[in-house]
Ligand binder design. Structure first.
Ligand code: PLP
Length: 405
């Protein structure tokens, strides 16, 4: 049985008070808190084991290299990836997408080509493609969503042409919570022989993700959003692409041999991991994913679904509140506005009550534009949040309404 009180003991940061009130952290979409095991892993690494990887013959370098590669295997297993060499360490989702845009884009995207992106993408899955399109004189086509925050598969079919060279889609909208049918989308892309990149920044930590079943070409996520450290992330890419794509950055640790005339690169994933990588972060990420598996993925995801359902029902009691994002399949992200009350003011008052939410466009301005608003208040829940915290948050929203209306 999932025991939220027991789980909360694993997260030291949750034990504090803010302004003398119990700390309620509902900003998990921005970053998640870290369990003790991740903090202990990082401390142990710096206190006892720290040594640069891959290029030392001495004991600590060997131990750290083994742990770094073991973390790669843990990550591969979590996403049902058989070959861990398809897991490339990056700095995060943004870095992973930039890697694909620069490396895949340089080689495979040319003047007049088209890239299809959904209207609900985070800026991280828009701007790198715009930069590429400027360099290559290629074009972005937008796959629009409806007012509930859903994409229609037929619309995608109508957008694909023989010039389409890549489809980019978020697994989960960071504003609306929509879980997109990425497997079906991948099937459509592949039927038209178009590769697909999935932005998993909001999916990896909330929905079971079987990358071999989905069969996508690229998948990006960030360690800090899945209970791991900041500054580490992953790009999953199929071997056939990793072999064909040129390195994104050059430097140490990604080469086989260097002369002033010519450089031979290592095979993937190493040819994409130039310089000293965030090896402490990578091992910490492995610890985070192992922690998640140990408490039980099914239990975690079911509990988060229950929290979302409860919070959704409760906020509907608030007069004048509108929810943005009403897809049938959502993760625990709840965006809303209260009639006549600025999102920022709502966030500020909640903060004074000890409740951390995020306000604004959430780095997905086209979503706000779709609804003709400047932004929303976003409460995003994790498995360490409780029903009592939701009650406290909803009481806070009643206070906001009393103050402003
Ligand atoms: N994609 C989505 C859907 C996100 O929600 C985020 C961050 O909020 C990102 C990409 C960017 O992630 P990062 O800043 O960790 O690179």
């Amino acid at each position: 049985m999932f025991d939220v009180q027991k789980v909360r003991e694993d997260f030291p940061i949750l034990q504090q008070e803010i302004y003398g009130k119990p700390f309620v952290y509902f900003d998990n979409g921005a970053t998640t808190q870290k369990p003790r095991v991740v903090l202990d892993t990082i401390t142990r690494l710096y206190e006892i084991e720290n040594s640069n990887i891959h290029r030392g013959v001495h004991h600590l370098s060997t131990v750290t290299t083994e742990n770094y590669e073991e973390a790669r295997k843990i990550i591969a297993r979590y996403f049902h990836v058989e070959n861990e060499k398809e897991i490339v360490y990056t700095h995060g989702t943004t870095d992973s997408i930039n890697l694909v845009a620069f490396s895949f884009g340089e080689k495979f995207i040319h003047e007049g080509d088209e890239i299809i992106l959904t209207e609900m993408e985070h800026h991280a899955n828009i701007v790198p493609w715009q930069m590429l399109c400027e360099r290559k004189k290629a074009h972005i086509k937008v796959w629009k969503m409806d007012d509930t925050g859903c994409l229609k598969l037929d619309d995608l079919v109508n957008l694909i042409t023989e010039k389409t060279k890549l489809i980019g889609v978020t697994q989960v909208s960071n504003v609306l919570g929509t879980v997109n049918p990425v497997k079906e989308i991948t099937q459509i892309a592949h039927k038209h022989e178009v590769p697909i990149l999935i932005d998993g920044a909001q999916g990896a930590q909330h929905v079971p993700t079987d990358l071999s079943g989905i069969d996508c070409d690229f998948y990006a996520f960030s360690g800090h959003k899945i209970y791991g450290p900041t500054g580490i992330g992953v790009l999953y890419a199929k071997t056939k692409w990793l072999e064909e794509m040129p390195p994104y950055q050059g430097g140490g640790d990604m080469i086989l041999s260097v002369t002033f005339d010519h450089t031979e690169y290592l095979e993937a994933p190493f040819k994409f991991e130039a310089g000293t990588t965030n090896y402490i972060g990578a091992i910490g990420l492995g610890a985070a994913i192992q922690y998640l598996r140990n408490i039980g993925l099914k239990e975690v995801f079911e509990y988060e679904d229950q929290l979302l359902a409860y919070a959704t029902e409760k906020v509907k009691e608030i007069p004048g509140l509108r929810i943005y994002g009403e897809a049938p399949r959502k993760v625990s992200i709840l965006s809303f506005l209260i009639d006549g009350i600025n999102a920022y003011d709502t966030g500020l008052i909640l903060d004074k009550l000890g409740v951390a939410v995020r306000t604004g466009h959430h780095c997905a301005q086209p979503v706000a534009d779709h609804f003709g608003i400047a932004g929303t208040v976003r409460a995003s829940f994790s498995f360490y949040n409780t029903f009592e915290e939701v009650d406290h948050f909803v009481a806070g929203l009643h206070r906001v309404v009393e103050m402003f209306q």
